[in-house]
Write a protein that binds this ligand. Structure first.
Ligand SMILES: [Zn+2]
Length: 166
């Protein structure tokens, strides 16, 4: 709420009411005309203040809506984050996040990009055979690649299975 604008509107309306009262007591037409101009400008001022107050209220509502959306996004991500675990499934030093079976809710095992994961994004890695015949895992979003050190890898496993192996 823009209290200054609202106060401005109220005081302009009070002034307008005062001017209206004084007009009633006037006998002279030119005096009345002068007061009518004053009255118009007081009403215009009240209108401007009301407009400012409305605009700032609209902006505040918009900001609240944005923050609520962010908060929801944040909550959704917190729920997703706990479903994954950092694992080292391959020969090389590359690490990735694997879905935990205990949190899978029937979802197939998959591996997600660790760079994107740290940016709160869940992007499933795709295996690609490079020119030398080795399998690389590629993130379709950030394009980061991870050497597996293998010429052939089976399908992705749940995080629990990778941790048992290591
Ligand atoms: Zn990525």
């Amino acid at each position: 709420m823009d209290f200054i604008a609202i106060q401005g509107a109220i005081s302009s309306l009070k002034a307008a009411a005062e001017i209206s009262k004084s007009i009633m007591d006037m006998k002279n037409m030119s005096e009345v005309q002068g007061k009518v101009i004053e009255l118009q400008s007081a009403l215009l001022e009240a209108q401007n203040c009301a407009l400012t107050a409305t605009t700032s209220q609209f902006e505040l509502q918009e900001r609240v809506r944005e923050l609520e959306a962010k908060l929801k996004e944040r909550g959704d991500w917190e729920e997703q984050k706990v479903r994954y675990q950092l694992v080292s499934p391959w020969k090389g030093p590359a690490q990735t996040y694997a879905l935990k079976e205990s949190y899978s809710n029937g979802e197939e095992p998959h591996l997600v990009c660790s760079s994107c994961f740290h940016n709160e994004d869940k992007i499933i890695l795709n295996p690609v055979k490079n020119k030398t015949g080795f399998i690389q895992m590629v993130c379709p979003k950030c394009k980061s690649t991870m050497d597996t050190g293998y010429r052939g890898i089976g399908g992705p496993k749940y995080a629990e299975e990778y941790s048992q192996k290591n």
